[in-house]
Design a protein around this ligand. Structure first.
Ligand code: LMR
Length: 341
């Protein structure tokens, strides 16, 4: 046929749209490399009064780029307008962590933002909107948004741990002297924080268990694990700000993993709701686990990962941290009587 069968435009709401991460991500979304080369996109961008000039600048640059798939760019400081009919909500905006600041400091500062934006999602977004929370502390921010958006399926909420997975794959590939495409089944468990658990037990390099290829448990436990878990902090020390370009790339990867089928036997990491999870992790948390997708935007949690004693202990510690974070934001998710420990 002479007429191209265009798909219905996908509406993508982005918060923190004038920030450093968005400045990389928006151009990837507009180019078609995330949602596909025959998938038109509309970008609905949220900024603050303070950043509105920069937001207008971003919109002007997007327009001037003449992306054939970019059908509309709208900007606003009103979360309800930005979330309107959204198919995806990429919640990037949050006060970033500065040098020497712990993620816990951000819990309170950022929590309120995610109450308001969760309510906006609940009222205005598409009923099957997929939500990806990036602003830190992202697991707990995603939990706050989810609890304030009961009209959106709990399953649709993600917090970004694909960046951690990519960092883990990089370290495994470097150690094994193989290109990163040989590394598969690299799960991140738990919180996007220093308690995260990069899983070398189930990871494969060239189809073989990574622990058979590298054969150095001391390296896995004492170098690989802390290197991956502390990479975000190490980058903040170098840049004086959080990672931006690699974060944007990993958001693109995370979305692509949900809209394209996962290779047989492989997985991708995403922090998702633990309700009904196959690993006995406490329900009602947003916890990174290995997932796979048929490519329809939905996912299931992989149920065939081996949990040895190392993983069990590490997973329990990151679970405990997330339980504590949840208690600290009890007042934002309708739990009374909880207190920050
Ligand atoms: C990262 O992993 O690079 C960031 O989430 C670090 C941070 O806390 O901002």
């Amino acid at each position: 046929s002479l007429t191209q069968a265009w798909q219905k435009t996908v509406k993508v709401a982005v918060t923190g749209a004038s920030g450093q991460i968005s400045n990389h991500l928006l151009f990837m979304l507009a180019s078609g490399e995330v949602f596909g080369k025959n998938q038109p996109v509309a970008l609905q961008l949220l900024g603050s009064d303070r950043s509105f000039g920069a937001l207008e600048g971003v919109a002007m640059e997007l327009e001037d780029s003449l992306y054939p798939l970019l059908r509309e760019v709208s900007i606003s400081t009103d979360p309800f307008a930005v979330m309107s009919d959204a198919d995806w909500a990429l919640m990037i905006g949050a006060k970033p962590r500065g040098p020497g600041q712990e993620r816990a400091d951000l819990l309170d500062q950022n929590g309120r933002i995610f109450v308001d934006q969760g309510r906006a999602l609940n009222e205005a977004a598409g009923r099957n909107c997929k939500v990806m929370v990036v602003g830190n502390p992202c697991n707990t921010n995603a939990l706050i948004a989810m609890e304030n958006a009961p009209n959106i399926p709990r399953k649709n909420f993600h917090a970004l741990t694909r960046l951690d997975e990519n960092r883990a794959k990089c370290q495994l590939a470097l150690k094994a002297g193989k290109f990163y495409t040989n590394v598969s089944r690299t799960a991140i468990w738990g919180n996007h924080s220093t308690t995260q658990v990069p899983d070398f037990i189930n990871a494969r390099i060239g189809g073989r268990p990574a622990i058979d290829v590298v054969q150095d448990m001391k390296w896995f436990k004492e170098e690989f694990t802390p290197t991956v878990a502390n990479r975000g902090g190490a980058l903040i020390k170098k840049w004086g700000r959080s990672s931006a370009a690699s974060t944007a790339v990993s958001i693109a990867d995370a979305i692509r993993s949900l809209v394209t089928p996962t290779a047989p036997g492989d997985c991708f990491s995403s922090a998702v709701c633990t309700d009904g999870n196959p690993y006995g992790i406490k329900e009602g948390l947003i916890f990174s686990m290995p997932c796979r997708s048929k490519g329809d935007g939905d996912y299931e949690i992989c149920d065939d990962f081996i949990i040895d004693d190392w993983l069990r202990k590490k997973i329990a510690a990151t679970e405990e941290e997330l339980v504590k974070e949840k208690e600290c934001v009890g007042h934002l998710i309708g739990i009374t009587g909880a207190a920050c420990r």
